[in-house]
Design a protein around this ligand. Structure first.
Ligand SMILES: [Zn+2]
Length: 127
């Protein structure tokens, strides 16, 4: 038997728990007492997850490049290939000013701070 007047068996952990252990469900519920089929404990576990974007942002390195008086702030997981890219698509030498490893989360703050010097895209000109 799946449920009785006092409680029900949780669909996830398959333990018998009283109705107090189940969240209320919407009006279209077919379950007695209008409760969910998964207990509160299992439901809270099911909804704890790290947002994908936050995860991705922690992985990259924040870097600052200089090229012909312009500075670029960006994030990358592969600075070497990113550098090659800029050197191929650019007549001027590109130098790495600074790298903050694993601090991709700082990119937005740095862009905000340098807003006054913004030139184009991710490029900045301090003078
Ligand atoms: Zn459960």
């Amino acid at each position: 038997m799946k449920y009785d007047d006092n409680g029900r068996i949780c669909n996830r952990c398959e333990e018998y728990k009283t109705w107090d252990n189940y969240h209320k469900q919407g009006s279209n519920s077919r379950s007695p007492h209008g409760k969910h089929a998964i207990c509160k404990q299992c439901r809270s576990k099911a909804y704890v997850h790290v947002p994908r974007t936050a995860h991705r942002e922690q992985e990259g390195d924040l870097y600052m490049l200089e090229c012909a008086g312009y500075y670029k702030i960006g994030i990358t997981t592969n600075l070497e290939s990113r550098l090659k890219h800029y050197e191929t698509h650019n007549p001027h030498p590109v130098t790495v000013v600074k790298v903050w490893p694993g601090r991709a989360d700082l990119e937005r703050d740095v862009h905000d701070m340098l807003g006054a010097f913004h030139h184009k895209g991710e490029w900045f000109q301090p003078n």
